[in-house]
Design a protein around this ligand. Structure first.
Ligand code: HEC
Length: 330
């Protein structure tokens, strides 16, 4: 290949992202749409609540839709409930967000134009290495995440790509793209040591980690102990038991932990007693009993434990338990 061809190839590669990917004015997902969802929707459609069985915090989840099916029809805002529910008149029973002010006209236009333009998800990490650093600002998580993340180095792009190639959804949640939301729950092959090793290489950058439903066990869970900045962890429906939870005993930043459907019992909760930042713990369908819950509640007074066991702890949020029950019946 001649030097000239090589050179023009090089120039093309460098230019493609800025010149081709976005139509002149069409909003982009990473820069324009995602911040709106994070700011106004994810509190009810994210890791903590899944109203209408819908999550809007990852590409995969958005494409999956809610209890009534798809919420996004590319090219057709009118048929996309992710948009059509937001333009309902203020006060309408079905308007989204279900609480607070409606979206602003500018936000509505942004979502509409993005859908009209084909609802593209460019700028998202799992589309290849160059998107590992999206071009626009990514104002996602709360500002304390930005603060923590500002001291970190960027995650190794080859690791991010290797994980993304296997179905991981990795989205930056801080200004400088050093803090990551890592969702491995849709891996294309079973979770094993190789995944754990990749995670270890970006451990400081992992702020949110979703491993639910994976073959993570008491041995591979040890990688989570190396994620010193971890704020949220989903290990529901994994093979992790009380023994494995020892790996979390120094996860001092952890605020949210989901252990639903695991074999974890009261002995496992003992490993959590020093996690003073822990705010929410989900233990439905585990082996945990009211005795273990009460002990943890005493050690961590402000923690909210959702157990599905009724009438045990004064701070059991019964509304949420009721909601879960309702969901099960549906
Ligand atoms: C305060 C909580 C709350 C917020 C914030 C919120 N939603 Fe919802 N959302 C709900 C509830 C509750 C339902 C379920 C309604 C039902 O099933 O009757 C729902 C359902 C939906 C559905 C229908 C899912 C389905 O398949 O039935 C869509 C689409 C939706 N929301 C979009 C959004 C968007 C977009 C935002 C942000 C602009 C948002 N929501 C913000 C509470 C919320």
């Amino acid at each position: 290949m001649s030097y000239r061809i090589l050179l023009s190839l090089l120039i093309l590669t460098v230019m493609v992202p800025s010149s081709v990917s976005f139509a002149a004015t069409a909003p982009t997902y990473a820069k324009d749409v995602q911040p709106i969802l994070v700011d106004r929707c994810v509190s009810c459609h994210g890791p903590e609540k899944q109203k209408g069985d819908l999550r809007l915090d990852s590409v995969e989840a958005i494409l999956k839709g809610g209890k009534n099916g798809p919420v996004l029809v590319a090219g057709n805002p009118g048929k996309s409930t992710i948009y059509s529910l937001t333009v309902l008149p203020k006060g309408d029973d079905d308007i989204m967000p279900a609480k607070g002010d409606p979206l602003t006209q500018k936000q509505l236009d942004t979502i509409r134009d993005w859908i009209t333009d084909g609802a593209k998800f460019e700028g998202i990490v799992n589309k290849g290495p160059e998107v590992a650093a999206p071009t626009g600002p990514v104002h996602l998580g709360p500002s304390h995440i930005d603060e923590l993340a500002s001291k970190l180095n960027k995650p190794d792009a080859t690791v991010v790509k290797a994980l993304a190639d296997q179905g991981a959804i990795i989205v930056p949640i801080s200004d400088k793209k050093t803090a990551l939301d890592v969702d491995l729950s849709h891996l294309t092959r079973p979770f094993d040591d190789s995944h754990a090793q990749l995670l270890e290489r970006i451990a400081p950058n992992i702020f949110w980690l979703d491993l639910h439903g994976l073959a993570v066990n008491d041995s591979t869970i040890s990688v989570v102990g190396k994620c010193k900045n971890l704020l949220r962890l989903h290990i529901d429906k994994t093979k992790v038991s009380s023994t494995g939870l020892a790996a979390l005993k120094d996860s001092k930043s952890l605020t949210y932990l989901n252990l639903v459907g695991t074999e974890v019992d009261d002995a496992g909760l003992v490993h959590l007693m020093k996690l003073t930042k822990l705010e929410s713990l989900y233990v439905m369908n585990s082996k945990v009993t009211s005795a273990g819950i009460n002990k943890l509640q005493a050690a961590l007074p402000k923690i909210k434990i959702v157990s599905g066991i009724t009438g045990i702890s004064p701070s059991t949020p019964s509304a949420e338990v009721e909601e879960r029950k309702k969901k099960k019946k549906e």
